[in-house]
Design a binder for this molecule. Structure first.
Ligand code: ATP
Length: 754
């Protein structure tokens, strides 16, 4: 950082202090507004209450936004040729007279902060980066953009990349940080790209795809707030650990109302916890499964090929094949989903049964009311109900798929081959297993099934009954509370209960969207998009009929057996070639020394692929160590920690083949206190984590040890991509530990001296 005169720092400190004062005033004002709205209580008309709820959500969100921007509220200053200056920060601030004090980084006038260069200064003479700690300005560094105006002193301190390099060199905390202060021009162009259409951002590891996608979400919400606030923005990522890794970025940019989800979480009411073996995942991910699920539904509409007798107390009724066929044809003609077509099928059969019953009862011609009454009587007869349920059962997506995957016969009827059936056949869920039965690859199939099955009337009825019971319970509880607190005289139980309920229904857009399978988002961002299967794309596209999407990923890193080999193959079925691509080329994470190793691994993925260029060097060569047994790993990791600490390196990850995750996890956790060997938030917070490649995807660590690279290579058809992911996770140091021979791509690493 260049020397800055004390006077200059003091001037910036004064300005920044005033910004924080203003922030405090606004927080206090918004808190009071929220309190006032909440104090109005649940009384008034329905419209009053709903307006009050809307205001309460709005003030609460505004308050959260104001609290989220505390750190590095202001990080830049633009000096224009006409000698005016603008301060750039996380949000815009004005005083009560509407003078602008701070410009939101997403506003058009802030754009030169990211794009101006000496060759194209965009009207600027200087771009200043302000460094702050808490509310204190600790330093500034300047890019002088009007070279004619430079004084000799200015020339001596010209320092374009200082802020970026300082940011990249910082120790990692286990959580991704925002980059508002150092967004680079090629990234800014993506962040501010038009809202409409499908934008694909292809880029190698560490090129900032994830962080750029998140800043784009914040930019779009700011620029198109009216359009997006109602429909919401969805950000999809590969696994829960990754979601945890990125979940602070948008709040730190003042955006709290974006739904972050994995594919495994996207179907309301199901959380996928299993992952399928590669072969099963590939079958379930193939678009052919759309036909299989449709055939499985059709299989549940199959009619008997012989007549059916239904014995009642007084007589026996009989349905013949012709009647079944007519009922089914009518139901299919309705072109409705399975459950919604059921009433058509059922009505036809019931009418036939009613006519038979009338004849048997000797009642000949019935008028309309008597006919309806008799039909209703029959419908409630247990044998009739059971027969109708067998013929055209109400189905939930869960019931359909459990029925399918637990029966080789049903799978065959739905068109799966013998080999596919063997790969997919499963035991039914054990009692209480419920949610744990589902895998990531099942979720798009549930969604597909839900489309074909439609709503269940009975379910709606049941839900309404449960809601009514809950309402009654709530009133009873409210009555108790009021009696206990002696407030029964001043407030009635129903009003008290309604007030509580109102608090529960004050949902944000993201919360409402998360509960609704049919929600159409205003914009969808897919990260690590190369991992999505064809079936997953169908599910995602359903969530985004407007096709306003940002898709970020790297085809060279595809690890899933059902993932993408090209963007066109995945997207063309939906947008027919109408997608635009932006390419990121600079790697901000991995030092040049590790990237040289990664480039050789990349040749195994595809000889024509080009690794991104690193923006910095660390001077440390990646190392390799051959050990006789993996049990040597524990002491070795301990040594590495000491070494890392001595050189100021923070967090370490041991990346292992999936098949050795448990064994190596046990070795390392036994040898290193505080080490964590299960994916999830704990792995992000621990000083040492052991992760399989799939769980390390998208993450980064100061120091990385890759174990048994040959096994990673050989473990799946996508082995080379997996090894490429593994060797590109380190921000500082990379080492390789192996028992056998090193893959050729890794020869040439420095020997590690012990
Ligand atoms: N302009 C920038 N200023 C500061 N840091 C940056 C910038 N761009 C990227 N980074 C940092 O580089 C690292 C890599 O970014 P990110 O994880 O978004 O890359 P990626 O392309 O998604 O990588 P991968 O494909 O490996 O998942 C992050 O620490 C990110 O904060």
């Amino acid at each position: 950082m260049p020397e800055t005169s004390a006077g200059e720092l003091a001037r910036e400190q004064k300005y920044v202090a005033a910004l924080y004062e203003r922030l405090d005033v606004l927080r206090e004002r918004t808190r009071r507004q929220l309190d006032d709205v909440l104090a109005q209580g649940a009384s008034g008309t329905h419209q009053n209450r709903s307006e009050r709820d809307t205001f309460a959500v709005m003030y609460a969100q505004r308050l959260a936004r104001l609290w989220a921007v505390e750190n590095r509220l202001c990080f830049g200053r633009l000096d224009h040729a006409d000698e005016t200056s603008l301060y750039i920060g996380r949000i815009g601030l004005s005083d009560d007279e509407q003078h602008r004090l701070l410009i939101d980084w997403r506003a058009p006038v802030a754009q030169p902060f990211y794009r101006a260069t000496p060759a194209a200064p965009m009207g600027l003479t200087r771009r200043r980066h302000l460094h702050t700690k808490g509310r204190k300005v600790t330093g500034v560094d300047d890019d002088l953009l009007d070279l004619d105006r430079l004084t000799d002193a200015d020339r001596a301190t010209l320092n374009g990349e200082a802020a970026l390099l300082a940011a990249l060199d910082e120790r990692r905390t286990g959580r991704m940080r925002d980059i508002v202060a150092t967004i680079q021009a090629e990234q800014d162009a993506i962040i501010r790209s038009d809202l409409n259409g499908v934008l694909v951002v292809q880029g190698g590891p560490g090129t900032g795809k994830t962080v750029v996608a998140l800043h784009r979400a914040a930019y779009l919400l700011y620029t198109y707030r009216d359009r997006l606030e109602r429909r919401g923005v969805l950000v999809l990522g590969p696994n829960p650990t990754f979601m945890r890794y990125i979940d602070q970025v948008l709040p730190s940019l003042g955006e709290t109302d974006v739904l972050l989800s994995t594919i495994g979480d996207l179907y309301p009411g199901v959380t996928a916890v299993r992952s399928d073996p590669p072969e099963a995942a590939a079958i379930k991910g193939s678009v052919r499964m759309a036909e299989v699920v449709a055939a499985a539904v059709g299989d549940r509409q199959r009619i008997p090929d012989r007549p059916l007798e239904i014995r009642l107390d007084k007589f026996t009724l009989r349905l013949d094949v012709k009647t079944f066929e007519a009922a089914r044809a009518k139901a299919l003609r309705a072109r409705k989903p399975h459950n919604e077509a059921r009433p058509v099928f059922v009505r036809h059969l019931l009418n036939t049964l009613t006519r038979q019953a009338a004849r048997k009862l000797g009642r000949g011609m019935l008028d309309e009311a008597d006919f309806a009454e008799l039909r209703e009587d029959l419908r409630t007869e247990e044998p009739v109900r059971a027969a109708l349920n067998r013929l055209w059962p109400y189905l939930t997506p869960q019931r359909l798929l459990i029925g399918l995957f637990t029966s080789a016969q049903r799978m065959a009827a739905a068109g799966l081959t013998e080999r596919e059936r063997e790969a997919l056949l499963r035991e039914p869920p054990r009692p209480g297993e419920g949610g744990a039965w589902w895998s990531d690859a099942d979720v798009p199939l549930l969604d597909e099934a839900a489309e074909l099955l439609g709503h269940i009337d009975e379910g709606v009825v049941r839900a309404a009954r449960i809601a009514e019971e809950e309402r009654r319970e709530r009133i009873a509880y409210a009555r108790e509370v009021l009696e206990l607190t002696g407030m029964a005289d001043i407030m009635d139980a129903e009003r008290f209960a309604a007030r509580q309920e109102a608090e529960e229904t004050q949902l944000t857009t993201a919360e409402r969207a998360a509960r609704d399978r049919t929600w159409a988002f205003g914009h969808v961002i897919v990260d690590e998009a190369q991992e999505l299967s064809e079936m997953a794309w169908r599910m995602v596209m359903r969530r985004c009929p407007s096709r306003s999407m940002t898709i970020v990923g790297d085809i060279a890193q595809t690890g899933s057996s059902a993932g993408a080999a090209s963007w066109g193959r995945m997207l063309d079925p939906y947008v027919g070639g109408r997608w635009r691509e932006a390419v990121l080329t600079v790697n901000y994470r991995t030092p040049a020394e590790s990237m040289a190793v990664a480039a050789r691994v990349l040749e195994l993925v595809g000889p024509d692929l080009k690794a991104p260029e690193s923006v910095r060097e660390t001077g440390e060569r990646p190392w390799a160590l051959r050990v006789a047994e993996l049990s040597e790993l524990g002491p070795l990791v301990r040594e590495e920690i000491v070494r890392d600490e001595e050189s100021g390196v923070g967090r370490l990850v041991v990346i292992v083949p999936a098949s050795a995750e448990r064994e190596i996890g046990a070795l390392v956790t036994a040898a290193v206190p505080g080490a964590v060997a299960v994916p999830g938030p704990a792995a992000l917070d621990a000083p040492v984590a052991v992760l399989a490649v799939a769980d390390a995807k998208g993450l980064e660590f100061d120091s990385v040890i890759v174990v048994e690279p040959s096994r990673i290579l050989g473990e799946s058809p996508r082995g080379p991509s997996d090894l490429y992911v593994a060797v590109t996770r380190a921000t500082r140091r990379l080492g390789v530990v192996h028992t056998g021979v090193l893959p050729a791509a890794l020869t040439g690493l420095a020997d590690r001296i012990r």
